[in-house]
Design a protein around this ligand. Structure first.
Ligand code: ATP
Ligand code: MG
Length: 249
């Protein structure tokens, strides 16, 4: 079976820096697929190529068999890909409800007539918004401003905003970064709950998180995929151990 997402010989150069080098990667529908690798390996740049933040220098990206190479970032949610950024990307002055509601409301933005149609859907959008917020365990924070949430809750809110777009594939860039052990555990459980219903492509540094939740792991080093496999295989892989012990660039 073809992958939900397929990257063929994908590369990105920033002047003299080869950030992503000839990456071939296939993400199976329904899987939790992790990208690991040292700082500066090219993981976030790789996400940027998929989500249209930057165009690739070479190579192609296919999603559900469709060539989406170079599609601008504002069109990416409409094909079914949601992106959570390495830094939180929420409206701090809006409430939790409003943050998710806005994301859901702007999901289909094809013109003024559509806007009128969607006004009649207000109730339904509100119900779905509450449903997603509850799913992420934020129901008690519904009317709180996002800026008052803990760091962990803000990361969960960002996932809620991503789910509001009804994606098939979710790209998560270090969702546990900066989180204390308990909040890390909660985020890990959250990803596990979402797994199966969504396909998840995850960048993560914390190895215990990666090993606990991934079906498949791709290891990136100096822009290249140097190893791929299940958690046990990757744990024992010599090249992977060297990449991690061999320092950072
Ligand atoms: N917009 C850009 N302009 C120039 N160089 C860039 C740009 N974005 C990334 N790079 C470079 O590309 C390389 C890969 O960076 P990237 O952020 O993709 O790494 P990463 O694997 O996500 O690292 P980390 O684990 O620290 O988040 C680095 O050398 C970085 O400096
Ligand atoms: Mg990064």
């Amino acid at each position: 079976m073809a992958g939900l997402l397929e990257c063929h010989a994908l590369s990105k150069n920033f002047d003299a820096v080869a950030a992503v080098v000839d990456v071939n990667l296939e993400v199976t529908e329904g899987s939790v697929h992790s990208i690991i690798g040292p700082n500066g390996a090219g993981k976030t740049t790789f996400f940027n190529l998929i989500s249209g933040e930057v165009p690739p220098t070479a190579g192609r990206v296919y999603f559900k068999g469709r060539d989406i190479t170079g599609l601008p970032s504002h069109q990416i949610p409409h094909v079914g890909i949601a992106r959570c950024f390495q830094r939180t990307n929420i409206f701090p002055k809006l409430t939790v409800f409003e943050n998710v509601w806005v994301a859901m409301f702007s999901r289909s933005n094809s013109g003024a007539l559509d806007f009128i149609k969607r006004v009649s859907d207000f109730g339904e959008i509100g119900d779905k918004t509450r449903e997603i917020i509850s799913e992420l365990g934020l129901e008690e924070k519904l009317t709180e401003r996002a800026e008052t949430l803990s760091h962990g809750q803000q990361r969960a809110l960002e996932v809620a905003i991503a789910l509001a777009g009804a994606p098939t594939l979710i790209l998560l860039d270090e969702p546990t970064q900066g989180l204390a052990p308990e909040a890390t555990q909660q985020m890990t459980q959250l990803i596990q709950r979402l797994a199966g219903r969504y396909t998840i492509l995850l960048i993560e540094h914390k190895m215990h998180v990666v090993m606990a939740i991934s079906h498949w792991i791709s290891v990136m080093h100096f822009g290249q995929i140097i190893a791929e496999g299940g958690p046990d295989e990757i744990r024992q892989n010599e090249a992977v151990q060297k990449a991690y012990l061999g320092g950072r660039r």
